[in-house]
Design a protein around this ligand. Structure first.
Ligand code: PEP
Ligand code: MN
Length: 354
C-alpha cells in the first residue's frame, strides 16, 4: 500500500503517517519524489485499515498496489531506479557508473576466473573495448558436478587483482549465503545466477548484504516470478537491484536458450528496476551473441553482459559462447551508435589513472 502525500505536505505530516504505520505494526518507507512524497507501507497482510491513513493531514490518496510484487512495481514507484555503483576501492576508475539512467553499461569478461593471467588480460581487453564492469565467476553453478566448479575464494583475490590493474568495477556470482559474505568484500555487484533465482534464503542474504544485486531470470521463470524474486531483495531493504534477461528454456535445441527480448520492455513497463540483457547465456552461440546484443540495446536494455575470453577455445567454461576480444570491440563500436539513436549513451571507462 502506498500513501501519497499532497504536494507541499509538511515533514511533520509525513512523520505522522510514518508513526501511524509503525503503530499499526507495519514498516514505513518514505519515498521523496520530484513532485511529492509517498510513504510505502511494507508488510501488508491484507488486514490494513486504509481509512485510518486516508484521514490523516496531508494525505492525498491511498493506493492499493494490485500486483503481487509491491515495492518492485511501477505502481509503487513511477520514476526509474538508477543504481549508482560506488567503485569499491581498487583502481578508483569506474566510480560514478550508473545503471538505469541514460547510460547503457557493458559488463564483460570470461565465464569463469581461471588464472591471474587470464582474468587480468581479459580485464584489460574488455576495458580497452569500452566495458566498465568486469564479470567472471569464482563459484560456478555447473549442470554437471564433474565440470569446472570455479576457483572459489582464490578466484575472488584474482578479481581484486584485475580491478587493481584495470580500474574496472567487479560483478561476480554468489551461490549461497556464505558466498554472499565473501563476494560482498570484493564485488561492486553481487550476481545471483539463473539457477538460484528462487533460492529465497540466498535472496534474503542478498537483500542484507549492502551491495547492488544483479538478479538473473531463472531458466523457466516467468517475468512475474522474476519480479517476485526481486521483491525478496527489496523487502530486506536493498533497493539496488538490476534484473537480467538471460534466456529461458525452449523446445528447440538450435540455440541453448530462447532469448526473450520482449522481457525488456515488459519489465520496464511493470517495474522501475533496470534490466540488462545477457545474450551470451541467452543464445549459447558466439555468432548469435552479437546480433542479440545489438537488439537488446535497441530494445531499451540498460546494459549488456557479454562473455569475452582472451582465448575462447581454451576456456574452462562456456567457450562456445565467449567472444574473441576483437569481436567484442567491434560490438561495442556498434552499440554506441545504436544507443545514440535511442537517446542514450554507452558508459565509458574512466581514463587510466583517474
Ligand atoms: C553466469 O553468468 O556466469 C551464469 C552462470 O549465468 P546464468 O546464471 O544466467 O546461467
Ligand atoms: Mn557462462
Amino acid at each position: 500500500m502506498l500513501i501519497v502525500m499532497r504536494h507541499g505536505a509538511t515533514e511533520a505530516e509525513i512523520q505522522k503517517v510514518v508513526a501511524v504505520i509503525k503503530e499499526m505494526g507495519y514498516q514505513a518507507r518514505p519515498m521523496p519524489g520530484a513532485q511529492r512524497t509517498a510513504v510505502g507501507l511494507v508488510g501488508n497482510d491484507g488486514r490494513v485499515d486504509a481509512s485510518r491513513l486516508e484521514g490523516l493531514a496531508g494525505v492525498q490518496e491511498v493506493i492499493h498496489v494490485s500486483k503481487p510484487y509491491k515495492q518492485v512495481s511501477r505502481e509503487w514507484k513511477v520514476e526509474p531506479t538508477v543504481v549508482r555503483l560506488a567503485g569499491a576501492g581498487g583502481g578508483g576508475g569506474g566510480g560514478g557508473v550508473t545503471v538505469g539512467g541514460t547510460e547503457v553499461v557493458a559488463i564483460a569478461g570470461p565465464c569463469s576466473v581461471e588464472s591471474e593471467k587470464q582474468i587480468v588480460t581479459a580485464a584489460q581487453q574488455v576495458r580497452e573495448a569500452g566495458a566498465v564492469i568486469l564479470r567472471g565467476g569464482a563459484w560456478k553453478p555447473r549442470s554437471s558436478p564433474y565440470s569446472f566448479q570455479g576457483l572459489g575464494r582464490p578466484g575472488l583475490k584474482l578479481l581484486a587483482r584485475a580491478r587493481e590493474e584495470s580500474g574496472l568495477l567487479i560483478c561476480t556470482e554468489a551461490m549461497d549465503a556464505e558466498g554472499v559474505r565473501w563476494v560482498t568484500e570484493v564485488a561492486d555487484i553481487v550476481q545471483i545466477g539463473a539457477r538460484n533465482m528462487q533460492n529465497y534464503s540466498l535472496l534474503k542474504a542478498a537483500g542484507r548484504c549492502g551491495k547492488p544485486i544483479l538478479l538473473k531470470r531463472g531458466l523457466s521463470a516467468t517475468v512475474t516470478e522474476l519480479l517476485l524474486s526481486a521483491e525478496y531483495i527489496l523487502a530486506e531493504g536493498n533497493q539496488d537491484v538490476i534484473l537480467c534477461e538471460r534466456g529461458i528454456r525452449g523446445f528447440d535445441p538450435t540455440t541453448r536458450n530462447v532469448f526473450d527480448l520482449t522481457a525488456i520492455p515488459v519489465v520496464h513497463k511493470l517495474s522501475h528496476l533496470p534490466i540488462i540483457a545477457d545474450p551470451s547465456h541467452g543464445t549459447g552461440l558466439r555468432d548469435k551473441v552479437i546480433p542479440m546484443a545489438r537488439a537488446a540495446v535497441a530494445a531499451g536494455a540498460d546494459g549488456i553482459m557479454v562473455e569475452v575470453h582472451p582465448d575462447p577455445e581454451q576456456a574452462l567454461s562456456d567457450g562456445a559462447q565467449s567472444l574473441f576480444p576483437d569481436q567484442f570491440a567491434q560490438l561495442m563500436r556498434e552499440v554506441r551508435v545504436i544507443a545514440e539513436v535511442i537517446g542514450r549513451r554507452v558508459a565509458e571507462p574512466a581514463p587510466v589513472g583517474a
